[in-house]
Design a protein around this ligand. Structure first.
Ligand code: TPP
Ligand code: SF4
Length: 238
């Protein structure tokens, strides 16, 4: 990672997720051939922090941009870094079809159950009952539908080789998240298909919680709706 000070709010786990990805890139010795694709959202400035090449994609289009880069540069290691508003709302079609095509890319999917950058609107991942600026009384399924579990959806697709959901709420789970990120990159390095790691992350500012409370909220509220684990590992990477 670069020395630049992160712009994220105190207690936001975007920075932690960046660090894990950067450590895995270093560990695998692939920095010189890695190309990241940043989405729109709070992580829009991700390219300021990673020392590999980076491309910015319009909202939701990161998997399509990554597809093009990987096909032109098959020797490159290509990953996207996307929030839930980006991946599970505006870019739903792109992510589904990239996985269905079995694109040899790795996706880091930050699920913080809300649109962070634009003021805390309901996202597809917002929990039933969760208050957001567009659901001030709490998300009511009869009006706003139910949370979308992207990892479960993508795991049904034959092109998806590795799909895991991990959490960043405590050191034990951070370690597991790191291992999953490494596996996802290894799947790409071995040319085994599409890989994605979803990371349950905090947004203390838009949740209206202090940083420590936000970590407890991930554990107590998000994990029951978004169960952790490897949803698919056809690549057999251990
Ligand atoms: C096509 C398009 N629609 C909407 C927006 C406005 N917009 C920018 S960032 C953002 C929210 C992103 O939220 P999320 O992906 O959940 O990431 P977070 O900020 O929580 O990290 C939105 C709606 C946009 N820039 N482009
Ligand atoms: S608004 Fe939320 S997701 Fe965005 S930087 Fe702040 S805490 Fe993180």
């Amino acid at each position: 990672m670069s020395d630049k000070v992160l712009h994220y709010c105190p207690g936001c786990t975007h920075g932690l997720a960046h660090r894990l990805v950067a450590e895995v890139i270093d560990e695998l010795g692939i920095l010189e051939r890695t190309i990241g694709v940043a989405s729109v959202g709070c992580s829009v400035f991700a390219y300021d922090y990673f020392r590999c090449d980076f491309q910015q994609a319009a909202h939701g289009r990161a998997p399509a941009v990554a597809t093009g880069i990987k096909r032109v540069h098959p020797e490159a290691v290509v990953f996207t870094y996307q929030g839930d508003g980006d991946l599970a709302a505006i870019g739903t079609a792109e992510i589904v079809h990239a996985a269905a095509r079995g694109e040899q890319i790795t996706v880091i999917f930050i699920n913080n159950a809300i649109y962070g950058m634009t003021g805390g609107q309901m996202a597809p991942t917002t929990l039933v009952g969760q208050a957001t600026t567009t659901t001030p009384q709490g998300r009511a399924p009869e009006r706003a539908g139910y949370p979308v579990r992207m990892s479960e959806i993508l795991a049904t697709l034959d092109g998806a080789a590795y799909i895991a959901r991990m959490s960043l709420h405590d050191p034990l789970h951070v370690g597991r998240a790191r291992r999953a990120i490494r596996k996802a990159f290894e799947v790409q390095l071995k040319g085994l298909g599409f890989s994605m790691v979803e990371l349950l992350s905090s947004c203390p500012v838009n949740w209206g919680l202090k940083p420590i409370e936000a970590l407890h909220w991930i554990e107590q509220r998000m994990i029951p709706s978004f169960p952790l684990g490897e949803l698919k590992n056809t690549a057999g990477v251990v």
